[in-house]
Ligand binder design. Structure first.
Ligand code: GLU
Length: 329
């Protein structure tokens, strides 16, 4: 069978991969709904993965609540926690052997180097998936050219973090919603794949897991846009086939402030507690996304035939107070 027909016959597989360090908010619901609708419309398989690699920040109670929230919205999953599946562990904290093996492969290919920079030196350039801008945050490469002797001398005093060497060439990809995106690999900088304390980074774990779980379509929030070129560089270095990527815009209030900042009142748990009906939340998101012509109560399943790739770009989408009032009616 040729590669092209293989691709055509491939079952589409999507996922939602929340980090259980807090409650899901309305913006997460948007990403989860878009990912779910795309796969359900395509007749594919949807899975849930718990990204609890940052153990100190993750809480089983949040993971549990997030799953309840998704089910409340009418979003189910074919594989993952509570339902199981062939990948056995759908929690990243239980998949570390796979990350270590990927690290070995990268090391053999000469793509990694130890970094001895201190926290203070790196204050603004941690390898967190969120809150990084490609401007000004790139690792300046202090440790990238150390000789073996220099490394050995530094290793006496401290355990290094492990960095991945980003290729210098531009990295482009088609965002399935917003079109072609191009990044300068140099400007993104070499990023941490394993921290000095032994924790694997989000960037490495997400690539290893999406590839191992056969994910064909990644739909997620635009806050992770900058992560995509980094992840594409990892796919290439690991000789893995990358999925298609699509990013949903963040939701903002009328003044442009991110709605997730008003976190307390706009978590799914709080809305539910207030008595908001899931059909209202789905209807609000469906309207903002352009799948509904007007805000109207709808179930997630009712939106399956209405789903269309977003053409909104990556700018935050405003949700005015009038819509938030409608939500609560
Ligand atoms: N775990 C990440 C988050 O909660 C999302 C990962 C992804 O979708 O690639 O933001």
């Amino acid at each position: 069978m040729s590669d092209a027909s293989n691709l055509q016959n491939r079952i589409r597989r999507g996922r939602f991969a929340p980090t259980p360090s807090g409650l899901l908010h309305i913006g997460n619901a948007f990403a989860a709904l878009a990912a779910w609708l795309q796969i359900r419309q395509a007749g594919g398989e949807f899975l849930l993965r718990i990204e609890d690699i940052d153990k100190p920040r993750s809480r089983p109670a949040f993971a549990d609540q997030q799953q309840d929230d998704l089910l409340w919205l009418g979003l189910d999953w074919d594989e993952g926690p509570r339902v199981g599946g062939p990948h056995t562990h759908y929690e990243q904290s239980k998949r570390e052997e796979l990350y270590e093996a990927a690290l070995d492969q990268l090391r053999l290919a000469g793509k990694l180097y130890p970094c001895y920079c201190s926290r203070a030196e790196l204050a603004s350039i941690a390898s967190a998936p969120h809150g990084l801008s490609s401007e000004g945050a790139a690792y300046p490469g202090f440790c990238s050219q150390l000789t073996e002797e220099e490394q050995a001398a530094k290793a006496i005093a401290k355990e290094p973090a492990i960095r991945f060497r980003m290729p210098g060439a531009p990295i482009s990809f088609m965002d399935a919603f917003a079109g072609k995106q191009t990044y300068d690999g140099d400007a993104l900088g070499d990023f941490v794949v394993k921290r000095a304390d032994g924790m694997f980074s989000y960037q490495l774990a997400v690539v290893v897991d999406d590839a191992a779980m056969g994910i064909t379509d990644v739909v997620r929030g635009a806050d992770l846009l900058d992560s995509t070129p980094r992840q594409l560089a990892l796919y290439a270095a690991l000789d893995l086939r990358p999925p298609a990527f699509a990013h949903v815009p963040l939701l903002g209030d009328a003044g442009g402030e991110r709605l997730s900042k008003r976190n307390k009142s706009l978590t799914l748990a709080a809305l539910r507690e207030e008595g908001v009906r899931p059909e209202r939340l789905i209807g609000l998101i469906g309207y903002v996304a352009g799948w509904l012509e007007a805000p109207e109560a709808a179930s997630a399943a009712e939106l399956i035939p209405r789903f269309a790739p977003l053409r909104t770009g990556h700018e935050p989408l405003p949700i005015g107070d009038d819509l938030l009032r409608w939500l609560r009616q």
